[in-house]
Write a protein that binds this ligand. Sequence first.
Ligand SMILES: *[C@@H]1O[C@H](CO)[C@@H](O)[C@H](O)[C@H]1NC(C)=O
Ligand SMILES: *[C@@H]1O[C@H](CO)[C@@H](O)[C@H](O)[C@H]1NC(C)=O
Ligand SMILES: *[C@@H]1O[C@H](CO)[C@@H](O)[C@H](O)[C@H]1NC(C)=O
Ligand SMILES: *[C@@H]1O[C@H](CO)[C@@H](O)[C@H](O)[C@H]1NC(C)=O
Ligand SMILES: *[C@@H]1O[C@H](CO)[C@@H](O)[C@H](O)[C@H]1NC(C)=O
Ligand SMILES: *[C@@H]1O[C@H](CO)[C@@H](O)[C@H](O)[C@H]1NC(C)=O
Ligand SMILES: *[C@@H]1O[C@H](CO)[C@@H](O)[C@H](O)[C@H]1NC(C)=O
Ligand SMILES: *[C@@H]1O[C@H](CO)[C@@H](O)[C@H](O)[C@H]1NC(C)=O
Ligand SMILES: *[C@@H]1O[C@H](CO)[C@@H](O)[C@H](O)[C@H]1NC(C)=O
Ligand SMILES: *[C@@H]1O[C@H](CO)[C@@H](O)[C@H](O)[C@H]1NC(C)=O
Ligand SMILES: *[C@@H]1O[C@H](CO)[C@@H](O)[C@H](O)[C@H]1NC(C)=O
Ligand SMILES: *[C@@H]1O[C@H](CO)[C@@H](O)[C@H](O)[C@H]1NC(C)=O
Length: 766
Amino acid sequence: MAYKSMISALALFPMTWAAAADLTSHVDPCMGSESGGNNFPGVARPFGMVKLGPDLYDAKSDAYSGYLSTGNFSGFSMMHEQGTGGAPKYGTVAQLPLVGNTIKDPLSNLTVERDGDDQAELGYYKAKTGEGVSVELGASAHAGIYRYGFPEGSKGNNVLVDVAHVLPSFRGQGLGQSYKGGNITVFADGHYEGSGVYDNGWNLSPDWTIYFCGYFDTTITSNKTYVGTDEDGSTEQPSGTASSASTSKRVGAVFSFNESEVTSRVGISWISTAKACRNVQDEIPAKTNLDTVVQDTKSEWNTKVLNKITTTNTNSTSLQLLYTSLYFMHLIPTNQTGENPNWTSNEPYYQDIFTFWDLFRCTTSLLQILQPTAYEEQIRSLIDIYRYEGYLPDARSSNYNGRTQGGSNADNILADAYVKGVRGAVNWEDGYKAMLKDAEVTPANEPVDSMAPDSSTKEGRGALPDWKALGYITPKYSRAVTRAVEYSCNDFGLYQVASGLGKSDDAEKYLNRSRNWRNHFNSDQTSLGFKGFVVPRNSSGFIETDPLNDSGYWGDPYYEASSWAYTWAAVHDMKHMIELMGGRQTVLNRLDTMFTPGADGSDSGMIFDPTNEPMFNIPYLYHYISRPDLSTLRSRRIAKEHYSTGKSGLPGNSDAGAMQSWLLWNMIGLYPITGQTTFLIHAPWFESLAVDLGGGKTLEVTARGGDADGDGEKVYVQGLKVNGERWRRSWVDWSDVFESGGKLEFELGSRAVNWTDGKVPPSPAS
Ligand SMILES: *[C@@H]1O[C@H](CO)[C@@H](O)[C@H](O)[C@H]1NC(C)=O
Ligand SMILES: *[C@@H]1O[C@H](CO)[C@@H](O)[C@H](O)[C@H]1NC(C)=O
Ligand SMILES: *[C@@H]1O[C@H](CO)[C@@H](O)[C@H](O)[C@H]1NC(C)=O
Ligand SMILES: *[C@@H]1O[C@H](CO)[C@@H](O)[C@H](O)[C@H]1NC(C)=O
Ligand SMILES: *[C@@H]1O[C@H](CO)[C@@H](O)[C@H](O)[C@H]1NC(C)=O
Ligand SMILES: *[C@@H]1O[C@H](CO)[C@@H](O)[C@H](O)[C@H]1NC(C)=O
Ligand SMILES: *[C@@H]1O[C@H](CO)[C@@H](O)[C@H](O)[C@H]1NC(C)=O
Ligand SMILES: *[C@@H]1O[C@H](CO)[C@@H](O)[C@H](O)[C@H]1NC(C)=O
Ligand SMILES: *[C@@H]1O[C@H](CO)[C@@H](O)[C@H](O)[C@H]1NC(C)=O
Ligand SMILES: *[C@@H]1O[C@H](CO)[C@@H](O)[C@H](O)[C@H]1NC(C)=O
Ligand SMILES: *[C@@H]1O[C@H](CO)[C@@H](O)[C@H](O)[C@H]1NC(C)=O
Ligand SMILES: *[C@@H]1O[C@H](CO)[C@@H](O)[C@H](O)[C@H]1NC(C)=O
């Protein structure tokens, strides 16, 4: 929200404003920022284009969201992703405070030490450099504000703007970003404008340009612009302009001040420097106080995001987990409506999708419930990306599709939105065309991904020729098994939308194809005495694998999880899968084995991997053998043992909030089956919780007889009422509690009882 409109909102609704609870104190932006969580701890608005935060340099560690617990500050930059792995993206449009009369070689990757722990609260970040400078940060949607406090007796107060600054990658996988050129001009009034060009990063993107416009609200005593390559150092330019449009010569500027408090406001834009200037002038006008920006940021998060879920629980640990999780799933995608450098259309534009491979299982379905307006915009944006790019993205950053890890999982997301009634201004005929393109047209293998040169990782389904001709994927394609099971789920998505649009021939065709995961199921493949796993295969037949040890990466048959994991992926075909695996009792033992410490032969590890998304659904699959009590027990244990508050509170990369959304569903007591209207019922953590569904609708969840905060043994459902009626199905449908709101009243206890009618949730492909 723009600064000005916030003022008018305040004036119009002072009572509502005062009455609204401030939930931001429950958000800890540093939670999950270390130990691989990679959460972005800086400042941002919901879906904001600016994510302003610290960039740490430590020659041994990639700083995925800029922040590291170790190393020196290389800058405080305006653009970051949230919680991702793979390789860093952005870290662009930076400033760095420096102390000294002269700054030698300012464009030589200067860093300054960190002094003590950084401090953060929602919308506010504070760090201190080893030179004694405090740095405080605030953000609006397209602009940011810096407040520097230089130390008493400083030998010179300077702010460096190094246009070449990016987050580097040290992993040696060819995924590091490069600076490709740029320019900066200092104007007579002291403001600076310019742009930088960069490429690569995790999505292997070609050159992209970002424009910036920076102001100082403090009198500048001197400014110097520089051009310099890494080799010959930085050369001061006499003109006040430094430009390097066609080479990778670095450009930058150093601003100096007499006053010890220095404030700077910076806007960014994907369109032009003029737009970057407008963005900062509109959102953070001259002389705005940092504290005002921080307060506006808090208000926006309260009203747009945090107020969506309320509970009577008062335990600060539980509240911190709840609200911090909500916070971290609303940072990306970025709402870039009005900031699309590629094409002009009347559709909304969102990017920084990182990635649907992570998000399709349970994140996008939660986003739909919490943010129906933004979600409809996101669906429209996806379809518009297809219109202009030719393909839906599985991932997208710097306005460029890539990279696709398994299937074309936007298909699952469109199907989920479709079956749950997302309509509004969505053009579903075009949406279905986009899905058809994924299902029928092999994408060009450009650019060639050196980690998987066989077929496209940019978009679409690279292994489509085999999938269409054979109904399985041969080892000529990397990630063949992962792709095959995900393509099955994608084709199920086409079936759902084709059915809804009355395209019955297509519906039948894709329902058939959604069963082709079965072609990779080898009933003779064994592991730990269990038979039947999805395996690599060619025209001669199945190829043996070691399910305990076949998890791989881009070039392997299985991507980031083993055949123990991927065998469960086709959730639309569970009934058949259970038959193939040998029936309910065997499946019960098999699921139990995945959660048994040491079952895999390790000292204490288990086959179930809480650190990554491919296993997200597995704790809940007991529902399909009529044992929702075990789904509850397993999922609760994973949630309580692997998630916590604190900097190391996440078991793995947040991945744009995927981890946090899994935890939120565990708190709510439901779990979505994406692409279907089914929500599995387990048990909620809190005595009462309400989800504001928008349009005056609410989902109310109450629980009597459970333990405080969901700790302890009283996790089992003894009885349930849905909308006042005794309920014996182990799932609810979208129409039961979401479409018009609804009420779930749980009775919990420490004994597993059979409260259900024994029916299992739908398996539409079986
Ligand atoms: C941080 O800066 C200090 C002082 O310049 C230097 O000694 C140290 O090696 C730097 N650390 C890293 C990780 O670059
Ligand atoms: C700066 O770079 C941008 C983008 O490449 C270009 O449009 C603009 O003309 C350049 N400006 C100057 C002053 O060189
Ligand atoms: C920036 O530096 C140039 C060159 O020294 C000078 O002419 C100009 O007045 C300076 N601008 C400001 C705002 O200080
Ligand atoms: C900055 O301080 C120096 C040294 O005290 C002084 O000569 C100069 O006039 C000051 N400049 C401004 C713009 O206040
Ligand atoms: C600065 O860092 C970049 C990586 O971001 C590297 O390519 C470049 O060589 C470094 N330059 C110097 C002078 O260290
Ligand atoms: C709050 O919840 C946490 C985590 O569930 C628990 O460990 C703690 O004991 C609870 N605190 C109180 C005061 O109940
Ligand atoms: C996305 O951004 C556009 C342009 O700023 C705005 O009109 C729209 O309301 C935003 N969407 C949401 C959900 O805030
Ligand atoms: C959008 O812009 C990016 C970066 O400039 C470019 O790589 C991509 O090809 C463009 N896409 C379209 C559809 O023009
Ligand atoms: C679906 O598969 C069945 C059996 O393989 C086949 O008989 C039928 O023709 C297929 N239907 C379509 C629409 O492809
Ligand atoms: C199938 O794979 C097996 C095992 O790698 C190999 O021995 C066989 O030759 C392959 N068959 C074809 C047709 O490629
Ligand atoms: C897994 O495979 C690796 C390399 O192929 C091997 O070194 C390791 O011993 C295997 N582990 C198990 C548990 O089989
Ligand atoms: C639970 O009870 C129902 C209804 O009596 C029965 O059909 C079902 O088999 C029971 N489930 C289990 C796991 O015993």
